[in-house]
Design a protein around this ligand. Structure first.
Ligand SMILES: [Ca+2]
Ligand SMILES: [Ca+2]
Length: 183
């Protein structure tokens, strides 16, 4: 069953993805994120369109579902129902949607998210004040200064799915970035 730890984390993910800070998540938040993302990476019109399409898919899968506007209460309610109904399916859905977004963030498609690629994501989310080398170093260092795409995806999947506050190794970078708990 979805517990307080999960609800606390889902609440934080809702607020960080309410990019324009109007307390609801709509497609406007996704557009604002990808506009910033395309600007920071100096994308061509074609690259921008491709990134926006993928990001809209992620947004619908993770936040909007079949709604136009989602409040915190609706978001927590939907996630709780989905998680409680079928935690295995919930995890599979998170895995699928998150890997799409990881693939967008790995702009040069080398299979890793570099410090620079990650810094852009943080700026698009508006959490740059929390970004430092410690974040990257919280991930397994398969290659120093880089986060392997699989590790990045797994950290967010664990963040969304793990209800055990005592076992947070894989999701620790996300928890630190979102300031959920002091570590
Ligand atoms: Ca919003
Ligand atoms: Ca990369």
């Amino acid at each position: 069953m979805a517990n307080d730890f999960l609800l606390r984390k889902w609440r934080a993910i809702f607020h960080v993805n309410d990019i324009n800070k109007d307390n609801i998540i709509t497609i406007e938040d996704a557009e604002l994120f990808t506009d910033r993302f395309a600007t920071h990476h100096k994308f061509s019109a074609e690259q921008t369109t491709a990134a926006k399409e993928k990001f809209r898919y992620f947004w619908r899968e993770c936040f909007l579902k079949d709604q136009d506007k989602v409040t915190e209460e609706m978001f927590l309610d939907t996630l709780t129902k989905e998680y409680n109904a079928d935690p295995v399916k919930f995890r599979a859905n998170q895995q699928n949607a998150t890997s799409v977004v990881t693939n967008i963030f790995d702009v040069n498609q080398d299979g890793c998210i570099s410090e620079q690629e990650l810094a852009v994501c943080m700026r698009c989310w508006g959490v740059e004040q929390n970004f430092d080398k410690k974040f990257i170093q919280s991930y397994p260092q398969r290659k120093p200064g880089f986060v392997h795409n699989d590790d990045y995806t797994e950290s967010f999947v664990e963040y969304m799915c793990n209800g055990d506050e005592n076992v947070i190794t894989k999701e620790k970078p996300v928890i630190v970035a979102l300031n959920i708990v002091e570590i």
